[in-house]
Design a protein around this ligand. Sequence first.
Ligand code: NAP
Length: 273
Amino acid sequence: MTKTYAVIGDPIDHSLSPAIHNAAFGFLGLDCTYIAYRIPKGELAQGIEALKKIQIAGFNVTIPHKIEMMKLLNEADENCKTIGATNTVVNENGVLKGYNTDMDGFLDPIKKRNIECKDCNVLLVGAGGAARAIVVGFSKMKVHKITIANRTKQKADELIKFANKLGLESDYTDLDNAGNIVGKYKFVVNATSVGLKGSASPISTRAITKDSIVYDIVYMPVETELIEQSKKQGATIIYGWEMLLGQAMRSFEIWTKRPAPYEAMKLTLLGRF
Ligand code: NAP
């Protein structure tokens, strides 16, 4: 019987996940299909019941349900529990097990480039859900300190406390000052939604140098303003699409227990931009 997978969220019509996963299923000749299913905020429980009825084999979870979905899981893996959010669920005869592949997806391009993170300093711009997974990722890589720059200081303070609990040194700066001090950090990561659809960079790029590693998790457009400007200053660039691909590959592997076909998924993803 054909296995059906899905991505749930709202909005969901522009999701690239169906294209990436269907390409992978097709490439490996698996009898599986992947659909986008809109579940509005407040209707998650009913939406999940509907998915169980059609015997969904597994699904990805995106904005606004990543945290709420935790309550509907029967089991959760370690990363998922630590981050407090799930983006990947397996359905085994009605038993839902949650995973979080955002963290692995984030770390994947760093590991592919053999970049050493141990004892380095990170400037993380943003303090939302994705930033939380990134903090857990950097704590696993044993970085020295994470400075959080965020529009809303209270959100940054919560994330600083979370980082401290993981044993990480962490402090705050505002978005204006972040542009002045950025040169002191090995990593600069944008985990805000600023940059989406061609808006400005979330911080000034003036002080970015050729020694900076600039990682923008925004993937639409591929070349955000932050990336474009940082390239001009000679920085090493890591693209948001690389994280998107990394998390999709990990979800695919959890569901199918097979290595994900990197090239087929990458070609399909890049063809969509
Ligand atoms: P979220 O929980 O809603 O957090 C949004 C963040 O953006 C907060 O830090 C928020 O600051 C900040 N922000 C929003 N508008 C802003 C503005 N006008 N000026 C300054 N800061 C602003 O969202 P999320 O789930 O963390 O996702 C964040 C971004 O990462 C999205 O663009 C998403 O598409 C992308 N993402 C990419 C991947 C990938 O695989 N590449 C994975 C996950 C997420 P406040 O706290 O002040 O509101």
